[in-house]
Design a protein around this ligand. Structure first.
Ligand SMILES: [Zn+2]
Length: 338
């Protein structure tokens, strides 16, 4: 069924532009403005301004020491590691990003549609106390917006499904939710790149086994490979879980031409992914995407969601993609039916 554009709510604040690099950096305020222009072209630009959460809310997903470290460091510009900076606007932006994530969950549950938290700084690499699963850096992330959205969703709906299609593994999200049986997390990403985690056999901690599903996709994967993985793993899980809400960690850096990874995704994959989720309330949390993916991948995902029709897309995945998906299904068949 075709959805009405009123079923997309965007949460945005100019405060998100105040997390600023000093010199050129791929994670910069222009990214958000690109995304804003894409939404304007879709006639979907009627943002609601979120409010910052109280500081204690950060402790839902982060340690007190890490929260204090960020608060102190962001009084001036500094680098936390070779990838990740903080600036005087970071603290307020990060608290407001949590506010947007919380509102996205509440609005999606209320309307049954999509609520898009168009936030910076991004979050999915941020673990409980900073770097997650021995990652070398925080990968541009400060506080984990998606993990917080998942916790808010659990309070309101009991269980939650998180789907992360950013090109990189959502290691921070997975670390925070590792032992949480009520948070099912599916993560598609390019294998063997930063943050060097998220393999087939990583299935969740004690009493949460099978709630973490990693699809480490081969280098150079494109639409056929991703749609194949989506059909074979994501759709069966959706059918078995029938979640009341899906949190999407939405990164568009796998788009062909983003040049941060070898992935070669196009509008086809993002529109398809969106269309298969159209029956669910979505809290979409903005992650990566630095150039062409924002202008093309983001609107394709939204258009797919609004189109409401799941079209069968014939695909011819690579041999490596077939093997990867077969391994994931074999490991996960202990908990899921495929
Ligand atoms: Zn990424």
């Amino acid at each position: 069924m075709i959805k009405d554009t009123s079923e997309v709510t965007t949460l945005y604040s100019p405060i998100f532009l105040e997390h600023r690099p000093r010199d050129y950096h791929p994670e910069n305020p222009d990214r958000l403005l690109r995304a804003v222009r894409a939404l304007q072209r879709l006639n979907l630009w009627k943002p609601i301004e979120p409010v910052p959460v109280p500081e204690e809310e950060l402790l839902m997903v982060h340690s007190r020491d890490y929260v204090e470290l960020i608060r102190e460091k962001s009084r001036a510009f500094s680098y936390l590691d070779p990838d990740t900076y903080v600036s005087p606007g970071t603290w307020e932006a990060a608290l407001t990003a949590f506010g947007a994530s919380q509102m996205a969950v509440e609005i999606a549950l209320k309307t049954g549609g999509m609520a898009l938290a168009l936030v910076r700084p991004p979050g999915h690499h941020a673990g409980k106390a900073g770097r997650a699963f021995n990652a070398s850096t925080l990968g541009f992330c400060i506080f984990n917006n998606a993990a917080y959205a998942a916790k808010v969703a659990e309070e309101l709906a009991g269980k939650v499904l998180i789907i992360d299609f950013d090109a990189h593994h959502g290691n921070g999200t997975q670390e925070i939710l590792w032992n949480d049986p009520n948070a099912v997390h599916i993560d598609l990403h390019e294998r063997d790149i930063y943050p060097w985690s998220g393999y087939e056999h990583d299935v969740g901690g004690k009493n949460a086994e099978g709630t973490k599903i990693n699809l480490p996709m081969p280098h150079y994967s494109g639409d056929d490979d991703y749609i194949y993985a989506w059909d074979e793993v994501v759709l069966p899980l959706l059918a078995q879980l029938r979640p009341k809400l899906v949190v999407v960690s939405a990164g568009f850096d796998g788009f062909l031409g983003e040049n941060l990874t070898t992935l070669r995704l196009s509008e086809l994959f993002f529109a398809y992914a969106g269309s298969t989720l159209s029956r669910y309330p979505l809290a979409v949390i903005f992650e990566g995407g630095y150039s062409v993916g924002l202008g093309k991948g983001l609107p394709a995902f939204i258009r797919g969601y609004l189109s409401g029709e799941i079209r069968e897309v014939p695909v011819s995945p690579s041999y490596e993609a077939l093997r990867t998906v077969a391994r994931v299904k074999e490991v996960q068949s202990e908990w899921w039916e495929f």
